[in-house]
Design a binder for this molecule. Structure first.
Ligand SMILES: NC(=O)c1ccc[n+]([C@@H]2O[C@H](COP(=O)([O-])OP(=O)(O)OC[C@H]3O[C@@H](n4cnc5c(N)ncnc54)[C@H](O)[C@@H]3O)[C@@H](O)[C@H]2O)c1
Length: 308
């Protein structure tokens, strides 16, 4: 087994992005995907991602061509030291894929799933021995956003979560360890909490979609890119730290929390949000806005990477 050889199972949005990052790090990738067009799509994705990876200093030792494509998942994992699973988010597909690859894995290989919604426990049922199978959940797109959420449980062998974290950190990722299973993991729940109140502010007429979005990126969002909310509030009351902050603001926050809205994404609410975001986009198509988003993310990452 070559320690620098990896496998990606599923070459959709997430698998292609992981593959680009693995290649940029100097590793080779064996990609499994039943889609006959996958090679064209993944190679196009890697080509588009490569300039950003180079700009971020992540592609110094990389070779974008060190990728092979396979219609057989067992063949794809045969010599891999690390396997990232990104097949569709359907339990029967995940289980079938695990059953196919399990006999073909070399000893000590770690298999990590990108799954956003399925729990580790549900996915472990597809293994005879899930000891070396963990959750390795990225934030889209994995080649640009540093966060990876890693989770094992009582069925995971000692040291496997730490080894998976070590692998991701060797790619320049920032990992967090989840101590227990919860729907949506950590980051998606945080995102859902913010979006719930953003929608509530729009549907209750407080501000437009565009202004609520602006309030995030021009305000706390910029601070959150630097530090997390609790550390920021620790700095919010001077030398007294978080204790002084809570002493001073507990009533205020407890009152706001009582006032925050519950929302439901009905057809009417969806229509209101779509109209709002269309006004915000001012005719720019999603492809143009996505490019702009990625350019901003790369610029932010570059400007803060030396300070971390
Ligand atoms: N899209 C996101 O924002 C995001 C973010 C984080 C994690 N994830 C997770 O990553 C995983 C992949 O998501 P995605 O958005 O890349 O999905 P996708 O639908 O874009 O890609 C899935 C790929 O798997 C292939 N595939 C492999 N085996 C298959 C099979 N047996 N049957 C059908 N197709 C098969 C498909 O051809 C396709 O190319 C999911 O578990 C998802 O929850 C997604």
């Amino acid at each position: 087994m070559d320690r620098q050889h990896t496998a990606c199972l599923g070459g959709g949005v997430i698998g292609a992005s992981w593959a680009a990052l693995f290649l940029a790090s100097g590793r080779s990738v064996a990609m499994f995907d039943p889609d006959p067009d996958v090679e064209k799509k993944v190679c196009a994705y890697i080509k588009t991602a490569w300039p950003a990876l180079t700009e971020l200093g992540l592609a110094e030792h990389g070779n974008p061509d060190a990728i092979t494509f396979h219609r057989d998942a067992a063949r794809a994992v045969a010599d891999a030291a690390f396997v990232q699973e990104n097949v569709p988010e359907r339990l029967e597909i995940k289980h079938a894929t695990f059953a196919e690859i399990e006999p073909a894995l070399a000893p000590n290989v770690i298999v990590a799933s990108s799954a956003s919604g399925l729990t580790l426990g549900q996915m472990q049922a597809g293994w005879k021995d899930p000891a070396r199978f963990v959750l390795g959940h990225p934030f889209n797109p994995p080649h640009l956003i540093p966060l990876v959420e890693v989770l094992g449980n009582e069925n995971t062998a000692d040291g496997v979560v730490e080894a998976a974290q070590g692998f991701y950190e060797s790619l320049g990722k920032t990992t967090i360890r989840l101590n227990k299973e919860v729907p949506g993991h950590v980051a998606n729940r945080l995102q859902a909490a913010i979006w719930r109140e953003a929608i509530h502010l729009v549907t209750s007429g407080v501000a437009t979609v565009e202004d609520v979005d602006k309030a995030v990126w021009a305000g706390p969002g910029l601070r959150w890119a630097a530090m997390g909310p609790t550390m920021l509030f620790n700095l919010g009351a001077g030398e007294g730290g978080l204790q002084a902050f809570c002493d001073h603001f507990s009533q205020t926050f407890n009152g706001w929390w009582e006032d925050l809205g519950d929302v439901y994404l009905s057809k009417d609410v969806t229509r209101q949000l779509v109209e709002g975001v269309e006004a915000e986009a001012q005719g720019r198509p999603p492809s143009e806005l996505s490019q702009h988003r990625d350019a901003l993310i790369v610029a932010l990452q570059k400007s803060i990477s030396d300070l971390r």
